[in-house]
Design a protein around this ligand. Structure first.
Ligand SMILES: Cc1cc2nc3c(=O)[nH]c(=O)nc-3n(C[C@H](O)[C@H](O)[C@H](O)COP(=O)(O)OP(=O)(O)OC[C@H]3O[C@@H](n4cnc5c(N)ncnc54)[C@H](O)[C@@H]3O)c2cc1C
Length: 489
């Protein structure tokens, strides 16, 4: 089939009888329910977008000759990396970077997984069957242009014991086996996009300890698999609101769900890892973390650029050219420039793996995981500082359209330099929807945690990934100039 249209995507969602709960209600049709429809329509528009910008967003799949979304590509040259980059930018613009988990996010991970079947199989080929299952799944994912959700994080019950994994009876684990496959039980967080996904995936996120075999599982399942249940958070989608009043929440709530596996059968051909802790802990070798950080940094850059444009216009609309505001806008410009620089340098310094697969330079992008989790909340804070009470003096569409109120609004709620009351209300409403609405609150939490906390990312960067050779050499040079003996003989 290849790249789907929006209506084909919606048709796929209607076909599966998934168990999605929002508030007290099990949702029958996620494409029409008032609390979910806005997200479904925006995602459908992103499927259509790949055809509207086909030159950037699509490539010809080597196996079947079909036009396919670029996020499925396994790049074989720097040019292919640049092609994929252009497509990712176009896709992120579909939601101004507000939807973090458009399907390209997971597609990128599975393309990286499929680029390295030897990692899944193990050096001695002991998990060859799992590797073949993974390859077949990724082929189908690309050909059928599916939408995936995923859960890789253990739920929190008691932080003193959660990290121990062994003996944890909450997190998802293998509890049995039949002739047809394995039985899994437990829960995982947090399935973003669950109502809009065709399949649920479970794969290695954080390393697990030796001996934790029942926790060392990876698989993919259709969302309507019996026993699979998704408890969504409260909707942030402002059902029934005029899109003028809630321009972002009425469109871009991608939802997040707690995922329960209530004795779920995973068929043998859907299992990628079954009990092999060593293989489970070796997934970074596939390059998937680089692909994930690439997609999420592209998406974040679009959101930063959008937020910068919005904040600049807010300041103009109220004639705020104060040094304090100008400095904060300059701070936003720094975040935009640094993020763009990191992406460009990662492409410029792209590297070819020994098997001919190309990746952006992961070391360049690695700090973005820690910094974006701090910059994004700061950007939200800047928008509230510039906006102040103006974020709440925003007549609604109905008030603007009221013939009695309108002349008063025009007289008292227009903006600086002749800006109309319409534009002022539209811009400040958009800003509040970005940082202060229910969607804004969720966005704040998302940016802080979706690639784990800034704290953990900084710790991992320092203790595992950062090449400190030059820093060490500079220090040693200075110590020797200070006539300090470094080694005893
Ligand atoms: C909106 C949203 C959507 C998400 N979507 C998905 C999804 O689709 N799929 C998925 O698998 N997961 C998803 N997640 C889960 C996400 O991966 C986890 O929330 C994330 O990994 C953080 O884990 P945690 O909540 O245990 O927080 P922690 O990492 O435990 O952080 C909690 C607090 O502890 C601090 N902290 C943690 N470790 C340290 C340390 N070593 N030293 C000092 N301080 C520390 C942090 O700074 C933070 O304040 C989502 C999360 C959110 C909020």
């Amino acid at each position: 089939m290849g790249a789907r249209t929006g209506s084909q995507f919606l048709e796929g969602l209607r076909k599966t009888r998934r168990e999605i709960w929002v508030d007290g209600e099990r949702i029958e049709d996620v494409t029409t329910h008032p609390k979910l429809r806005g997200g479904a329509e925006s995602l459908a528009a992103i499927f259509d977008r790949q055809h509207a910008y086909a030159a950037d967003c699509l490539y010809v799949h080597l196996d079947n000759g079909q036009p396919t979304n670029v996020s499925h590509m396994i790049p074989r040259s720097k040019d292919e990396l640049r092609h994929r980059h252009a497509g990712l930018v176009r896709l992120s613009e579909g939601s101004m970077g507000i939807m973090g988990r458009t399907p390209d996010y997971m597609n990128m991970k599975f393309a990286a997984f499929a680029s390295a079947p030897r990692v899944w199989a193990g050096a001695d080929g002991r998990n060859e069957r799992g590797a073949q299952n993974l390859l077949a799944f990724q082929r189908r994912l690309a050909e059928a242009d599916l939408s995936l959700t995923h859960t890789i994080i253990q739920p929190t019950t008691d932080k003193r014991t959660d990290s121990q994994i062994l003996g944890n009876k909450v997190t998802v684990r293998k509890v049995g086996q039949t002739a047809d496959g394995i039985i899994v039980r437990g829960a995982r967080v947090l399935a973003t996009l669950a109502p809009y996904a065709d399949e649920q995936t479970v794969y290695p996120g954080q390393p697990i300890p030796a001996g934790a075999t029942e926790y060392a599982i990876a698989f993919a399942l259709p969302l309507d698999t019996p026993g699979l249940k998704f408890l969504c958070r409260d909707s942030a989608s402002a059902p029934g609101a005029d899109p003028f009043d809630k321009p972002l929440s009425s469109r871009f709530d991608e939802q997040d769900a707690f995922c329960i596996f209530d004795d779920v059968l995973v068929p043998w051909d859907r299992i990628f890892i079954d009990g092999d802790v060593e293989i489970y802990n070796s997934m970074r070798q596939t390059g998937y973390a680089i692909s994930m950080t690439t997609q999420s940094t592209v998406r974040a850059l679009t959101k930063l650029e959008f937020a910068y444009g919005l904040a600049t216009r807010m300041a103009e609309l109220i004639g705020d050219h104060s040094p304090a505001t100008t400095e904060m806008l300059g701070e936003m410009a720094c975040y935009v420039r640094m993020t763009a620089n990191a992406l460009e340098l990662s492409l410029e310094q792209a590297r070819e793996r020994e098997d001919g697969v190309w990746f952006p330079n992961g070391a360049v992008l690695e700090p973005m995981r820690a910094m974006l989790a701090v910059w994004m909340p700061r950007v939200a804070e800047i928008i509230t500082l510039i906006g102040s009470h103006n974020l709440l003096t925003t007549p609604s569409r109905a008030q603007l359209d009221d013939p009695k109120l309108r002349p008063l609004i025009d007289e008292m709620l227009s903006g600086a330099d002749g800006a109309t009351a319409d534009e002022r209300a539209a811009v400040f409403r958009m800003a509040w929807d970005l940082v202060g609405s229910s969607l804004g609150g969720r966005g704040f939490l998302y940016e802080r945690f979706y690639l784990t906390s800034a704290a953990r990312n900084k710790q991992m960067l320092h203790s595992r990934f950062f090449d400190r050779t030059r820093s060490q050499a500079l220090l040693n040079d200075m110590l020797s100039r200070a006539k300090c003996r470094l080694h005893s003989h």
